[in-house]
Design a binder for this molecule. Sequence first.
Ligand code: SF4
Ligand code: SF4
Length: 477
Amino acid sequence: MNDRLTGTPAPQTPAPSADETEVSLYEVRRKIYPRAVHGLFAAWRWGLVWLTQLIFYGTPWLVWNERQAVLFDLGARKFYIFGLVFWPQDFIYLTALLIIAALALFLFTAVGGRLWCGYACPQTVYTEIFMWVERKIEGDRAARMRLDRAPASASKFGRKIAKHGVWIAIALWTGLTFVGYFTPIRELLREVATASLGPWETFWILFYGVATYGNAGWMREQVCKYMCPYARFQSAMFDKDTMIVTYDEHRGEPRGARSKKIDYKAKGFGDCVDCSMCVQVCPTGIDIRQGLQYECIGCAACIDACDQVMDRMGYPQGLIRYSTTNAIENRWDSRQMRARVFRPRVFVYLGILVAVTAAAAVSLHGRVPLKVDVLRDRTSLAREVEGGRIENVFRLQIMNTRETPHRFKVSASGLPTLGVASETEFEIPAATSKQVPLRLQIDRGGVSAGSHKIDLEVTDVDDPSVAVKERSVFLVR
Ligand code: SF4
Ligand code: SF4
C-alpha cells in the first residue's frame, strides 16, 4: 500500500493478534429516551423547577424605588439588590456570598449527596423543562423511539420543527432574562421590539440562549458526565454515611421476572422483578442496580419508578431508596441511619457556614451608607498662604450609597488650629459618587516641620449617625 500523500510504500502495520482489540478513547453517544415518571420525588423536582424558574424569570420584572429591584449595572459599577446598593468597594460581600454558597454545597453534599444535581442545578432544571416539551410534542419514550426510527415524512418533520421551535423560544427568553439582570429588562425588551439592540446585548442573549438550547436540548447527560467539575470532586465530600440513591441488593437479588401470584420467596427470587423500569426512566441511562456510579445525578426518578412497580406487585416500597452505604451494608433501620447524620465533618461544615453567614450578616447590617476616599493634591503638597498660614489641598471622593440625596459636612481634627478653609457642606445626589475639593489650614506657630497625622470626618447633616472618619497626613515645610 502507498502513502496517500508521498506515494512511497507505507510501513506495514502488524495485524492485531487474537487477544489484542482496538479500543476507542471516545465513547460513542447512545441516545437516551427517558420514560416519563411520576411520584413523590418527581413532584419535588417539579416543585423546585417552578420555584427556581419563578425566581429566575420573575426577579428582573420586580420594581423597587422606581427602578429595577435587582440590577447588576456593570457600566455604572453599581449592583442594586432591592434596598441595597453595592459598589466596587463592597466586593467583600460578593466574596462572602460565594464562600457561603460553596460551604452550603459542601454541607448538603456531605449529608444528602447530589441533592443540588438532582433537584436545583440549572442543567437538571432546563433538561426537565425541555424533556417535558419533547414529551408533549413527540410522546413518551416508546413513541419517541418509533418516531426517530420512522422514515422521513411531513408528520415527523413537523413534530421536529415544532419541538425545536419551542426549545429555541425558551432558550432565547432565558438568554433575554439573563441579560435583563445586567441591562434594565423593560428597556431590553423595547430594544428587541424595535430591533435596536446593542452588539454586546445581542451577543450575550444569543450566547446564553445557544448554551441553554445546546445543553438542555442536545447534550443533556453529557454535561453531567463529561463537563461538570462538581461531578468529579464531590466524591471527596462523600463518605459511607452520605445519603445516596441506592438499590437494596440484599432485598432485590436474585432478580427475575415472575407472576404476581406465585410465592416468589419459595422459588428463591428477591424483590426485583427485572422490569428495567428504573433504567428506562434514568436521564443518564445507567442501571442503579450496578451500585453507586459517578453518572448518577441523584434525581431519584428510579425510586419513583421502582416504588410503582412494587405497588403493582404488592411488595413493600423502597427497593431503590435514599440510604447510605453503611445502612445498606449493615442493614440499619432509618433511626440508626439518621443517628449518623451529625458526624464530625458535618459539624465542621456547619460551624464554618454559620460563622461566615453570621459575620456577613452582622457586617451587612452595620454597613454605613457612605464611603469616603481621601486623595492628596500631588501638585501642591504644602504651601504658605495669606496670614502666614500653612495650607494642604485634598480631594475627597464622597459616595452616597443611599437612594435619596443627602447633605454631608466635612471636618478635620488632629492638630491645634486645624480648620477647613474651603466649602464644608456638599449635596451628593442619590446613589452617586462625587469628588469635592478640600483646603485645610493651620497657624504655623507651634507646629514643627514634617508630616502630622490628622482625621477627616464626613457626616450626614440630617443623620449624624452616618459618618465616616478617614486618616490622612498634613505636611508642614
Ligand atoms: S424498577 Fe425495581 S423491580 Fe424493576 S428492575 Fe428496577 S429495581 Fe428491579
Ligand atoms: S440512577 Fe436513579 S437517581 Fe441516578 S440518575 Fe439514574 S434515575 Fe436518577
